[in-house]
Structure formats: C-alpha cells, structure tokens
Design a binder for this molecule. Sequence first.
Ligand code: CO
Length: 134
Amino acid sequence: MIGRLNHVAIAVRDLEKATALYRDTLGAHVSQPLAQPEHGVTVVFIELPNTKIELLAPLGEASPILKFLEKNPDGGMHHVCYEVDDILAARDRLKAGGARVLGDGEPKIGAHGKPVLFLHPKDFSGTLVELEQV
Ligand code: CO
C-alpha cells in the first residue's frame, strides 16, 4: 500500500542553526523558510536525490511540535512520510485494522499542497507516520 518515502521530518528549536548545518556542514540544497501558520510550524525543505528532509520549527504558542521539543530539547526525528495513491482507501484499510488516525480522521492539505493524514505513533513502532497522497 505505501509507496516511496516522501520525507523525513526533523523538529528543531533553532531553524537557522539547523539550516546552516544542512547547507554548510552537510552541503545540501536548502529552501527558504516557509511559515505555515495553519500547521503551527515553519518549514525548511532539503532536497536530496532520493527523498526530502523537512526541518520543522515551532510557530506560535499552540504549535504541535512544542511538546515534542520539550521532551527532545536537542530536536529529533519527528515523523516519516510515506506516499500513497489513494489516501481515503489507505485510511479506511488502516482503521479497519485497528490503527488510529490522528485528528478528525479527514485528510488535510499538507506542506506540499497534497492531502495528508497522520497515524498514531503507538500503532507504528513509536514513530509518527504521515501519509501523503501523490
Ligand atoms: Co511531513
């Protein structure tokens, strides 16, 4: 059901520092920061030949990654995103198998302008999983 790894997201406190690390130390191509107030994050995309890395920094008091950064003060891997062809079919299959879909269970438009859903980390080996319809 799942296809390519679309991206790995890393939560960071200091977006400038993390961007410099990927750009200068690791020599990657990094995008300009993109504020996404509806998701409570500012995102930097790092394009790799086979996938993307997203650096996520909190935006606003209600940012969903603030709690994660409290537990992981140095930052850390926040989620992995797998591509699916049909997000509603994927959701229904996962729910039928007992997996929990976060939020109201309806896809939202994610950072790449495509529908996304998040799956509960407790159902996926302790990893928050994002599904993106491509
Ligand atoms: Co993501």
